[in-house]
Design a protein. Sequence first.
Lengths: 210, 788
Amino acid sequence: MTQSIHIKNQTFVLHPCGGMFWEEKSMLLISDVHLGKVAHFRKFGAAVPRKAIHKNYVLLDSIVSHFNPFQICFLGDLFHSSLNKEWELFQNWVAKTPAEIVLVSGNHDIISPLKFEKLGISVFEELIIEDFLLTHHPEERQGFFNFCGHIHPAIRLRGFGRQNLRLSCFFKSKNQLIFPAFGKFTGTHTLQPKKGDEVYAIVEDEVVQV
Amino acid sequence: MDGKHGLLNAPTGSGKTYALWFPIVLNYIQKNPEYRTKHKKGLKAIWITPLRALSQEIKQSAERITQDLGTQMTVGIRTGDTSSSERAKQKKNMPDLLITTPESLQLLLSSKGYQKVFKNCSAIVVDEWHELLGSKRGVQMELGLSRLKTITADLRIWGISATIGNLEQAREVLLGPASEALTNSVLVKANLNKKITVKSIIPKKMETFPWRGHLGLHLMEEVVPIINNSKTTLLFTNTRGQCEIWFQKILEKHPEYAGEIAMHHGSINKETRLWVEQAIRNESLKAVVCTSSLDLGVDFAPVETVVQIGGPKGVARFLQRAGRSGHRPGKESVIYFLPTHAIELIEASAMQKAVRNAAVEDRIPYLNSYDVLIQYLTTLAISDGFYPDEIYLEVKQTFCYQTLTKETWQWLLNFLVMGSQSLKTYDEYKKVEVESDGKFKVNNLAIARRHRFQIGTIVGDASLSVRYQKGGYIGTIEESFISKMNPGDVFTFAGRNLEFIRIKGMTAQVRNSPKRTNKIPSWMGGRLSFSAKMSEILRQELYSAKLDSKFQSIEISALAPMFAKQREESIVPKPNQFLIETFKSRDGYHHIFYPFEGRAIHEGMSSLLAYRISLLTPITCSLAFNDYGFELLSDKEINMQDVLDNNLFSPEYMLSDLQKSLNSNEMARRKFRDIAVISGMVFTGYPEKGVKMKHLQSSSQLLFDVFKDFEEDNLLYQQAFTETFEHQLEEGRLRLALERISSQEVVWKKCENPTPFSFPIITDRLREKLSNEKLADRIKRMTKLLTK
């Protein structure tokens, strides 16, 4: 179950996988996938289950087929580390995905942009689309609404009977929306919402505003 | 030693170090008649100590013997504190007698050509074996010994243990079941019969004595005359945080003690600790506030009196601490028990009885710890490599792996080489390689370096070193504490007020501050549970509440006002009664159960019961437990009549229910943390290089989820559950406890207010969770609460 929100007269659909669809532009935005992380660990002798590698691609396929976007924009940390054999899997995925792909590079994206460009993926430091500023690290710039990632935001909920829960979320403040990490094998960082912030938590297969 | 192996049961301070060093040196003299002139170099004996703080003391006693007997033998120490230049020197020229820790022994096995180093080693002594026995360090030791048995020509193995319930088993674990060494061994008991006197400190006004709390500061003034009347007093606290607070408060109220009182705990830097230990020996200190860091070894003759603040949770530990005083043969040991809250007086009374009956608990050895075995095999692979068939036979002889099958062994080898059970082309997994002749070997230097670093890690929260900006080292602190601090915040540590400046790498930089503060770091560390014996005695003491005060211990009769308060709304249970209390508060609906079986059993029982209740109705509970009982706290009322009618305390199907309940809470997840680190799946990073390793760091939590989703049959993942059953929840005891309950009459009291019994439980913030409700439903309720 998705959740629609409106920012500056544009419509955005939040998906429980952790991606967001920009309806007017037919653009799917996704942040912090950290592909290649499992392979990187294994290469260095940490036996993370191999099957976990494929989960990211399954999720990517499912969200892409749900929206059928014209364009896919990754907000950084697409690839976790230096080149490893998972790059081949990524190549295959790019080849069979019909949408145009762009990458706003993040701190983990240490693979040469030339490699990406060979696959037809343009790499940018940042992107400005109308009033929207797309970056990896959160930024504030006069007159722009910022879409970003990097933080891997989560929220802590408390309830009666000393219950508490931590959930990955989309974290929206006045001029900024921080994306949850899309990748399966990534951690989160808990944020404390202030007055006026909006939090959309990912609850299994739903996006719920809390 | 008489050519035999064995276990020596002796308390601290009975001259045990001499008892074993002496024959070792004599043996050398006998075999080398020309020992005075012709000294043969090389390692001859190893002394293993669990605490590196003890190594200095042991070295001194060894040196006294080697010199007195006129040998040219050298004595050396090799622990985590040993400098790398010293290590390099030792590598070229090993001391004749080496004092080391289990981890450092493993490190020796990880260096090239180790077989030659140990070839002529004729004796190994494992000191304080009872401390190692119930831990994975004990397993590490078993594996180390299994290797040494093969590569030495003629090795004697000796252990030294304080009194524990299962001494015979301790010997079996040390030497290996069905081993030749065990057949040719003895158990020597030093019969010293030291007199131990336990005195409880009883609050003068019971009415105002708190029902909960763990600091015990209310009774601080009672300690002052004890300190004044004795040459040196040790005050044992249960946590490092408590230690810091007591030290600070005593000085605050009694500045006259300045310079005469010190503090000692495991996170303070080594120099300070050594200074304190020396000062105790010099009799220049009136009192030392300490933790278990002073439990072991080191003889402190001047200590006359010991004070235990708060329940020690174990008879063996209590006896050990009592033994720290009156350290000369024939002298009486005096220990004061200072309760931190009312119910602990029951414990004080029970402890006295336990000491009289020497009702000492068992230390349960680990079985099938695959994580330690993976670590050990990697260790052998980075030094000279190993041939599986040879090592399998050795490993199989240990107590821990006596039931290891060929199939499981093959699984472990596959895991080492492929990181899984099958080969896939795109996989770049790299760790151990199989060479053409079948030898398992690590050839990658970076992997070897990371592994060596990991061997020494005692698993815990990531810790940072605390330093002044100019570099002066103060101690270590847990990351979880420092991450809550902002620059400029002041906290108390090692008895100083320190202002936090910044984190740099894995170091927290601080400066001295004149500001006062109440922020004191807490170290998690294990909370211990009562043993079966101790719980039994505890219940007997409690049942004596109904007797006339003439037949009660002074502690129990002092508790009369609290029992009266308890009876206002509830009861003090009799032997045939099982008490349940329920009431509502601001926090939610409290349901409290009192089996009086010890913390571990209550943990399992609460999880089991919550799971069974969740089968009747969707529910979310938070669970809390202590040594007396446990609580299910929920945002909805549990229908207690349903619980009773459905016989939810039944021991039937216990195991399968317990297993299912573990899937819905966090216990196994926490166990997995150690397993992931020990087996090398999670890398904790180099101490000063924190940031550089970022790409390789992950949390074991994350890893646990990945295993749950993708590789549930992984033996290391499974191990987390087995360990939870066997070591944490003590399955066997749990069953007995349930059987006992089913023979009791249930008394269910609906109360208006919390009772004195319930108070310590309901205020406990460390909780387990269990839920089988749909997440979205829970969140909707929480959201409603937020917006209200």
